[in-house]
Design a protein around this ligand. Sequence first.
Ligand code: GTP
Ligand code: MG
Length: 208
Amino acid sequence: MAGSSFINTGMEVKTAKFIVSNTDYKKCPAPTKPEYAFIGRSNVGKSSLINMLCNQKALAKTSSNPGKTQLINHFDINDEWYLVDLPGYGYAKVSKVQRAKWEKFIRTYLKNRENLYNVFVLIDSRIDPQKIDLEFMEWLGKNGIPFSIVFTKADKLRQNQLSRNIKAYRKKLLETWEELPVQFTTSSETELGKPELLSYIDSINKNS
Ligand code: GTP
Ligand code: MG
């Protein structure tokens, strides 16, 4: 076959199993496999993205109402690595006490989970850079937690608007970051970005 027709299809998700939900990182599965967590504002599309990556409709619970995911949810992929669905931050309708409680257990998990190889920070591609996301990424940076950016819901924008928004986001990040993190543009509707995300995870797994 001609070299030019070679396509790196990355990794395939053959099995995806829900393992456990909890709020205490100490009760998460034994940290023996590489782990990847998905986080971002409520309703940004974390659970939908996980389902898309795993070829399933309802593995992670989704909802049009923000605040659906409330716990640290572990999924075992191919018996090789863990994928983690986290609650969203910045949901206005929860009480201050509840919000502080979530913040605490999520940040404790992120800081202490020893097998956490990468955090995917999801950003809605339709909206301007939000302070809450920029501050969260700064916090990850300060704590030495590796992360990448995943722009979501790309199907809701025209191509030129999408490119403009992503360019503007990069420009904003360069005000505080010397180097930009790895970025992906995705849609859980059209599966845009699926092979790229899976090959990225695969390459980290292989180098670990
Ligand atoms: P919380 O668990 O509440 O923090 O939300 P979440 O980030 O897990 O979002 P979820 O996956 O539940 O999706 C929120 C809403 O956005 C749902 O109505 C999804 O159908 C919709 N949605 C998610 N991803 C996409 C996408 O790529 N394209 C479109 N058009 N809609 C999406
Ligand atoms: Mg969710």
